[in-house]
Structure formats: structure tokens, C-alpha cells
Design a binder for this molecule. Structure first.
Ligand SMILES: [Cu+2]
Length: 523
């Protein structure tokens, strides 16, 4: 690389960093696992352009809705839309036992030839269409119907069964979520009922505002080990823009099925979660600027919640995704709940540091975070300065008796245990660490000003100095969200770039928010 190129590269990186920063400071968007409900789905395969954060618009093919769907889920997200083309395709949400019918119309360019959908894991019967290698296909402007019983719950992929090396790369893939027909009582009582109560009352920082339930169900499977309190769907894919460019160039040919695009060599430049790259994936679900990429990747949770991750690998590369902050307990793969061979009542899925998605593979996993093991009080309560916030351990050691308390689910062993030697504000002192003066800007605008959780954590950390830290005036309003941000990203570093510029690609942040902060997945 020449010195000039190096300089351009550095400038580009700086620009991107600023862009990421600017977006992080903008409106806070949250995610969920939004989709359309059935059990009959009228889909169409159509071309359109999807956007990437470097300004590129990439010619792609995707499944979309032919007319309005039967409905949208979860109900708490009221902004849903389903265009005639989207990447990934619409998330199909059904309930175990339903008969699912998918009618597909092929509106791809005639040069693209036939198309189809495979539903791995289901016993599919087909009506109409023309014979293809793997299933019945829809010819240009033709239709085909796929019917199957949603026999077992779980998260699974669906994708084109026609010329997969080209059509899946072009964007013809999506997810189907089957909700269990029976929800175990354990998932709607005990700590899960308390978590629901805690969400419904988390209005301390925003009086009068309560949190909605954004789950599709209370359990991923009909098993007491598959309860969850919050959920996200992430579909990982990558794109080689050269393939898309050649498909675009050949899309105007008037012959049928004559398109010939080499899918090797394969040099992907865009690495996407739900069809978007960092930082676009942090914008809301159904944000109007992404008419063909409606789903985001922006997880949030409160301490103590069990967060269900529904993850699917598509296209060709394997993506070693790392969820910082804790390991992920795998519940199921491809809709198969992993149970112990000796005790079918116990779950036996592995606890993984890196959750690798192999193309075509789906898994459901549980991520949680409580602060246990930090060995200091992440809430920063100071009994010496008059705080009388109690922490009453349940048999597991957590403060779960009072769901409306701001320290609901605190790990009581660390309650009031100081972190800082001599803190500025209303925080217990005498701990092992000396943190940087929050008023010194040398730490940069990223410096959050407080190692503690909660909308008032910055104020409490710097209280007596009478000012908020530089970042408090720029990055976080001291009275707004102050969560712990855990980077969730691909451990293939190439994949955390967008067209060779870092940061980008498969990179997002899990924000563990204090209970006072209302997580609104609809924005
Ligand atoms: Cu990592």
C-alpha cells in the first residue's frame, strides 16, 4: 500500500468511526424478532436494490409479500410493513400444528429462470409449478405452492432451492419461526412472571411509561428449560458485489433462464446481519430508509432476563460470532431441542464462547447477564451515604423478591461492594480501582463517565464535581440510558469490515440496560 493509499485508508476509517459514533449518539433503536403471521403466506420473488453503509446500492433478489400479510408479530411493534422484496425475506411466524401454505410467484427477470423455496426440516408437498432439481419451481411469472405441517417448534431457515449458489447469494433466504403449541407453566410463573412484572413497572426514569412484551411466546419449545424473557433473530450472510453486478447487467436479457453468472471466485465485501451492516443494523426495525431491509440487529436486555437468540447462517461462509459478556447456552439446532441421553428432562446443549453459524444451520440459544462474578456492585449503591436499597438474596443469591426495585436481580453478594478507591460522587469508596477523572476529555467521547448501571449512574459517579463528564454532554445524556455495552461481532476480523473498511459488517452491541431504562423494541 502506498503512503497516499494508506492515508486515504486512515481517513476513511476515521470517517467511518465518526459515522458510527454519530449514529450511536442518535436515536436509540431496539430489536426483536418481528415478522408476518400466517398460516397462509403469499410471497413473491422480486429484484430490488439494498443499501450498504458505504453508500453502495446492491442489485439483489429477495422474497417479499404479494399483498398484505395476514398480520404482523409481535403485536407491540405496530410499524410493520412487507414490501414485494426484502432481504432477508419475511420472517414467517406460525404455531406448532398449523398447516402452512406458501404461495410463491416468480417475478425475477426472465433471464434468471425459475425459482423456488426449500423448507428444510418439514415434510413439504407441492402444488403446481414445474419440476426442478430439489423441488417444484415457479417459472418466470409462474406460481408454485408449498404446503406442510409445522410439526415441531423452533427456528429454521428457508431459501431458494434453485441454483442456490447464485439465488441464495442474491438474497433469496429467510426464516420461519414455529412457536410451541404448549407453553410450560414454569415459563409464566416464578422468576419469569417476576421479569414480566419488572418490565411492566420499569418506569422509574420515565414515569408513566411501561415496557411492552416483545416476545412471540414465553417459551421457544414445550420444555421448562426453554423459557425466555426477550428474543432476537439474527440471520448472517455475506455478498460478493461482483456477482450482483453481473446479475444486474444480464437482467435485461429477454431470453428465459439464460443468465450465466460465475459464482467463483468468491470475494465477499459485505457482511450482514439481517441484511444490514454495522452501523445501519442499529437503526430501527422497519426504518423507512431501508424499504428492502426491514429487520435490524440491535439487542438490549435487563440484568437477569433470559435472552433467546434465534440465529441462522446463510450464504457460503461460516461466521464465528462472539457474544461478549457471557457464553451462549445452545438450546436447539435446526429446531431439534438438545436433551440429555440419560435424562430427557435435562437440556444438554453446549455452552459456547463463539456461536459459529454454518451455512444453512439454525440454532436457538440463551444468553443472560446478571453482574454475578464482577466482585463489585455495578449499581454503585452507597449505604454509607444514606442509600437504604435492600438486596435480599433468593436461594440462588439474587434480589428477585421485589420486581419493581431498581436493583431487581442484583447479585446480593456484591451489594454495596465498592469498585473505586476514592469516587467523586455518591458511590461507595474504598475499592481496589482508581478510575480516570471523568472530567478529563483525554479519554475521548467514548468514555461513558461511569462504570455503573442506570440513568442516574453518571450523575452519581461524578456528583460532587458538579459537572457531567465530557461524554456526558455528548455521548449519553446523564439522565438517559446508561447500560453496559458488549460488542457482539464476528471473530473473523475480515467480517467486521464493510467493503474493506473497519468498523462495519457483522458487528453490533448488546446493551444491558438498568431496570429503570425502558427498552422499547418498536423504535
Ligand atoms: Cu470477541
Amino acid at each position: 500500500m502506498s503512503a497516499t493509499n494508506m492515508k486515504i485508508m486512515i481517513e476513511k476509517t476515521r470517517l467511518t468511526l465518526l459515522l458510527v459514533l454519530a449514529l450511536l449518539l442518535a436515536a436509540k433503536a431496539h430489536a426483536a424478532a418481528p415478522g408476518i403471521t400466517g398460516p397462509t403466506f403469499n410471497l413473491v420473488a422480486t429484484p430490488a436494490f439494498i443499501s450498504q453503509p458505504d453508500g453502495a446500492t446492491v442489485y439483489s433478489w429477495g422474497y417479499g409479500c404479494n399483498g398484505n400479510p395476514a398480520g404482523y408479530a409481535p403485536a407491540a411493534i405496530t410499524t410493520g410493513f412487507c414490501n414485494t422484496m426484502q432481504v432477508p425475506g419475511p420472517t414467517l411466524i406460525v404455531t406448532q400444528g398449523q398447516t402452512v401454505t406458501v404461495n410463491l410467484i416468480n417475478q425475477l427477470p426472465s433471464a434468471a429462470g425459475n425459482t423456488s423455496i426449500l423448507f428444510p426440516g418439514f415434510n413439504v408437498t407441492t402444488t403446481g409449478g414445474v419440476p426442478g432439481l430439489l423441488t417444484q419451481e415457479a417459472a418466470h411469472l409462474g406460481t408454485v405452492t408449498y404446503t406442510f405441517t409445522a410439526s415441531t417448534p423452533g427456528t429454521r431457515a428457508y431459501y431458494s432451492g434453485t441454483q442456490g449458489d447464485l439465488q441464495v447469494e442474491m438474497g433469496l433466504y429467510g426464516a420461519i419461526i414455529v412457536l410451541p403449541s404448549a407453553i410450560p407453566g414454569a415459563c409464566t410463573s416464578g422468576v419469569h412472571a417476576s421479569n414480566a412484572t419488572a418490565r411492566g413497572s420499569s418506569s422509574l426514569a420515565h414515569p408513566g411509561v411501561t415496557e411492552h412484551d416483545f416476545r412471540l411466546a414465553a417459551a421457544a419449545y414445550s420444555h421448562p428449560g426453554a423459557c425466555y424473557d426477550r428474543e432476537y433473530l439474527f440471520q448472517f450472510s455475506e455478498m460478493d458485489p461482483r456477482i450482483h453486478r453481473e446479475a444486474e447487467e444480464q437482467s435485461t436479457r429477454t431470453c428465459t433462464g439464460c443468465m450465466s453468472v460465475a459464482t467463483e471466485p468468491y470475494v465477499p465485501a459485505y457482511f450482514m446481519i439481517n441484511g444490514r451492516s454495522m452501523p445501519d443494523l442499529m437503526d430501527p426495525n422497519y426504518a423507512p430508509e431501508y424499504p428492502h431491509q426491514p429487520y435490524n440487529g440491535n439487542p438490549h436486555m435487563h440484568p437477569g432476563e433470559l435472552t433467546l437468540l434465534r440465529v441462522i447462517g446463510t450464504t457460503r461462509w461460516q461466521h464465528p460470532f462472539h457474544e461478549h459478556g457471557n457464553h451462549v447456552r445452545i438450546l436447539a439446532r435446526d429446531g431439534n431441542l438438545i436433551l440429555s441421553q440419560t435424562d430427557p428432562n435435562s437440556l444438554a446443549g453446549p455452552l459456547l464462547f463463539t456461536t459459529t453459524t454454518t451455512p444453512g444451520l439454525a440454532f436457538d440459544g440463551i444468553y443472560y447477564w446478571t453482574g454475578k462474578g464482577l466482585n463489585w456492585d455495578p449499581y454503585g449503591h452507597n449505604s454509607a451515604s444514606g442509600s437504604t436499597l435492600p438486596c435480599t438474596p433468593d436461594p440462588d443469591g439474587y434480589n428477585t423478591g421485589a420486581p419493581t426495585a431498581i436493583n431487581y436481580f442484583e447479585w446480593c453478594q456484591d451489594h454495596n461492594k465498592p469498585l473505586q478507591t476514592a469516587p467523586f460522587g455518591d458511590i461507595a469508596g474504598g475499592g481496589p480501582a482508581t478510575l480516570p477523572d471523568p472530567n478529563i476529555f483525554a479519554n475521548g467521547a467514548w468514555f461513558g463517565g461511569s462504570p455503573y448501571l442506570g440513568p442516574d449512574a453518571t450523575v452519581r459517579a461524578v456528583g460532587s464535581t458538579g459537572t457531567t463528564p465530557p461524554s456526558g454532554t455528548v455521548a449519553n445524556s446523564p439522565t438517559d440510558e446508561a447500560g453496559f455495552a458488549f460488542m457482539w461481532h464476528s471473530h473473523n476480523e475480515r467480517e467486521i469490515t464493510t467493503n474493506n473498511v473497519f468498523p462495519g459488517g457483522m458487528l453490533m452491541m448488546m446493551l444491558v440496560d438498568s431496570r429503570e431504562f425502558v427498552i422499547d423494541e418498536s423504535k
